[in-house]
Design a protein around this ligand. Structure first.
Ligand code: NG1
Ligand code: ZN
Length: 547
């Protein structure tokens, strides 16, 4: 079965660093890059096994997203392009922590038996590899390749430096028999973008929208990719800054902008009022902002507002598609629309969405949870406040929509109903169905703002964020904090939740929760209140409870 000697040989080239403990967290393994070679090698083996078991292409992405440039990380994409199935995560942990090559092989053998993975005669397995712009990516890529090919007959296909969502998109495409190239990714995205522009209602309002967008590329991979498509955007002119000349994520990027609420590097007073967007290091997060006149501060338009914009637009298209409510409608399919948030969503956004008649559900932090929930709807929109999110369309709804669109194009071409069908189809092709994607999210935002005739200011006024503060606390053992109710309640250690509640009750509109981070060795504290000082105080006093 396993080619033991080859595996032993390869594994002994990647000893695990002394004293480290690895855990497959919110988005794979993350650590200082110098500690990760053995982990990435082992994840390579895991990817090959997953490919053999599912008889599909699997993705392996080397990135540490918005984290420091000296960090790196590795995560897997399952056949659908989504995150690795949660049922394999415990084994990923076990594998990464196996102390030596012999126990590694023993563990692999046991797992192969338990999962009933048939190696002999299995069809050719394939793993697509991607990495962000981190310098450590090259060495880690080599470790991944060795892991993948240490299982006989598995191919490692290097897709080069790509955004995380591009790699997930490619995995999904390849498994659907679609050509999985970067060019094809751009073509699909931009064709749908231009389709949305073509169906913008005639009138003056779209002229109110500035044709210029300034993008902060976080000195990562995203800015570079945007440069590739800049000439194909019709009316839209994009000025890309922080495209790789400076240090990745340092004073730049979506995480910085969202948490610090300061202008990123290379932005300043001259940009005041302009529509600006910021990507994170691997371009799976997107936030918008504008610079406040005469200051280095910004007004943030975060993931919650992107979610709200998408939800309003899609709800409206569904309404138009469904036709008049007098029962004379020829539409047979009642599509369900749901929005998914986490406890980090600003309370004002949740209130607003509910007020707009939308169904809102909460899940724990982490794309895997949000994505899974959103997939329960015909149109499921999910976003984290930090700007990671997308819109999912169910297969059943899409098949029906394609047929309906054809019918409408022969019976009532260019009717409002027909246009709504075309717009919904375009959105489903524009926005990444595998995972949150800053580039496709950006083009959808741009198309919808133009459609609505909204400036960024008008968009930002949908509702007013409650002041909030996020802090982190270093503790001895963050896994001691166990939560429930989508992370809004601590069940262990005993007594902490009561103390948090007592503190929170002191503040008007107070809301506060703590949870262990899945990507950093900290406990995070989030607080919201009616004014900034109160939010800061609440967060600080809860930090003291945790310490
Ligand atoms: P952790 O470290 O588990 O809080 C962070 C983000 C998540 C998600 C992951 C993946 C916050 C509060 N948490 O997870 O939303 O984006 O990183 O990058 O922003
Ligand atoms: Zn990211």
């Amino acid at each position: 079965q396993l080619q033991q000697s080859a595996l032993l040989d390869a594994a002994s080239r990647f000893p695990i660093p002394a004293g480290s403990k690895f855990s497959y967290g919110t988005s794979g393994f993350r650590a200082d890059a110098s500690l990760l070679e053995s982990t990435v090698f082992r994840v390579g083996i895991l990817a090959a096994l997953r490919s053999i078991q599912t008889r599909s292409v699997i993705g392996l992405m080397i990135t540490a997203s918005h984290n420091h440039i000296s960090d790196n990380g590795v995560k897997l994409a399952d056949p659908s392009g989504g995150m690795l199935t949660q049922s394999w995560e415990p084994f990923a942990d076990t594998l990464a922590n196996a102390s030596d090559p012999h126990s590694l092989i023993q563990l692999l053998g046991d797992f192969i038996k338990k999962e009933n993975i048939i190696l002999e005669g299995a069809p050719a397995a394939e793993v697509l590899l991607g990495r962000d712009t981190r310098p450590s990516g090259e060495t880690l890529l080599e470790a991944a390749k060795q892991g993948i090919t240490s299982l006989m007959g598995t191919t490692a296909s290097d897709m080069g430096i790509v955004t995380t969502p591009q790699l997930h998109w490619m995995v999904r495409a390849k498994n659907k028999g679609i050509e999985a190239t970067e060019l094809n990714y751009y073509n699909q995205m931009l064709t749908s973008f231009r389709c949305l522009l073509d169906y913008i209602p005639k009138g003056d309002s779209s002229k109110n929208v500035s044709d210029k967008l300034i993008v902060d590329g976080a000195d990562g991979v995203g800015g570079e990719k945007l440069e590739n498509v800049k000439t194909r955007l019709g009316y839209l002119t994009i000025d890309v800054r922080n495209c790789g000349d400076g240090v990745l994520n340092e004073g730049v990027g979506a995480d910085y902008v969202q948490k610090e609420k300061m202008v990123p590097r290379n932005f300043g007073p001259a940009d005041a009022g302009m529509r600006c967007a910021s990507l994170d290091g691997d371009a799976d997060r997107l936030v918008y902002f504008y610079v406040i006149s005469n200051s280095n501060k910004i007004d943030l338009v975060d993931g919650d507002k992107i979610l709200s914009l998408f939800a309003l637009f899609l709800k409206e298209q569904l309404r138009v598609l469904n036709g008049p409510e007098d029962g004379k409608t020829n539409i047979s399919y009642k599509a369900s629309l749901g929005v998914v948030q986490t406890a980090y969503a600003n309370g004002a956004s949740t209130d607003y969405l509910k007020q707009m008649g939308l169904e809102v559900v909460m899940t724990p932090t982490g794309v895997k949870h949000l994505h899974e929930k959103a997939a329960e709807y015909d149109i499921g929109i999910y976003f984290e406040a930090n700007g990671h999110g997308t819109v999912l369309f169910s297969d059943a709804f899409l098949s029906w929509l394609e047929i309906t669109n054809q019918e409408l194009s022969s019976t009532s071409k260019d009717s409002d109903q027909h246009k709504a069908a075309l717009r919904l189809l375009a959105v489903s092709r524009l926005i990444n169905q595998a995972v949150g994607d800053a580039l496709s999210g950006l083009f959808l935002v741009e198309a919808i703002l133009k459609h609505m005739g909204w400036s960024i200011h008008k968009w930002n006024e949908l509702y007013q964020d409650l002041p909030s503060r996020q802090l982190k606390v270093k503790v001895v053992d963050r896994t001691a904090v166990i939560t429930e109710n989508a992370e809004t309640k601590v069940v262990s250690p005993a007594g902490i939740q009561e103390a948090i509640d007592a503190e929170t009750d002191k503040y008007p509109k107070g809301r506060c929760f703590i949870r262990p981070s899945g990507t950093e060795d900290v406990v995070r504290v989030y607080a919201e209140a009616s004014n900034q000082e109160a939010a800061d105080d609440l967060a600080k006093s809860v930090v003291r409870l945790v310490e």
